[in-house]
Design a binder for this molecule. Sequence first.
Ligand code: EPS
Length: 387
Amino acid sequence: MIFRWFSSGESHGPCLLGIVDGVPAGIPLTEDLLAVDLARRQGGYGRGGRMKIEKDRAEITSGVAKGFTTGGPIGLRVENLDWPNWKDRDVPPFTRARPGHADLAGFFKYGHEDMRLILERASARETTMRVAIGGIAKALLDQFGIAVRSQVLSIGAVSTPGGDLRDPAVVRVVEESTVRVADALVEQEMRAAIDAARGLHETLGGTFEVIGYDVPPGLGSHVQWDRKLDGRIAQAMMSIHAIKAVALGDGFTVGERYGTDAHDGMRMVDGAVIRLSNHAGGLEGGITNGEPVVARVVKKPISTTAKPQPSIDLATGEDSPSQYERSDVCAVPAAAVIGEAMLAIVLADAFLEKFGGDGIAEIRPRVRDYVRGLRFWRPGAALAARI
Ligand code: EPS
């Protein structure tokens, strides 16, 4: 792993911290740039009271000078604006586990009778730092015209095939949509589903899609299990809070088809290979094949439900309804933005493995030589313009 990172911080602690190592020198990077995705992550219909308190901004504490990465480790700090509301409070212990949250499993593992010591770190608040770090990965990929985009495909029982995210007009609609969909009618249906869930004191999950465009062929490898890029993407997506399933391309439905309907035929057009479809999601043998890299990801409904779930109380050892304090009803649109960050991080890492150097000036000719040397493959306009 070359693009290495860690986060620390609790949901209701003073701040989240991040350290990113392995970022080449010479990439333009500002706090304002990182703020764009941080704001996108905070959005989405169905968010709860916490997002009215937070206004996430990542302070860059090291590794950037005069607007460019230096090659040194990048330090990041995001303040929790909710912290002053918690720091002097005598918070009672959290003893009634929420089915689906890390509460009980964390109690078994760490032995804390107050499950707040588990839930504070298990909280999806941590994804704020992932999105800030993903912003650095995106800035690197952008140097080579590689873009990562996302959209929501389902919330509860409401689903949509999604729009073509290569089309800037579709991207604009998705970005303006309160649930990250390209279809205004579907947006209304999804909002109604979220309202209905809220009315029932319930929560809702769903599916999102993350796509990497203009990714050159040859990232990842078939030769060893942990070098397969599809496996690395799946792990990264699965590590996002509340994610329960990940598919590359048509992975959720491909098992129902004949082989000839499942794979992506090839044709030679003007000396370059054209694929007739992209069921594989841009990955064959764990290697990018030059098509868009597509991950589809299922998020379970948030486990903090206002409607009590059958549970136990660690303080009494008796059956007791699960504890509720405050939560979102649906965070699938936010999860899509977090998925973008994770895909960008994995692609940046694989990109640096193949082309890496200490600075962008060293990497660019490597990418150019590789792409120009490829037989039967022609880069898209975005990549071609940058090399
Ligand atoms: C979360 C519970 C809620 C969410 C939180 C994730 O926070 P709170 O307990 O403060 O109401 O809002 O998400 C965020 C804080 C965030 O930034 O996305 C949980 O238990 O995972």
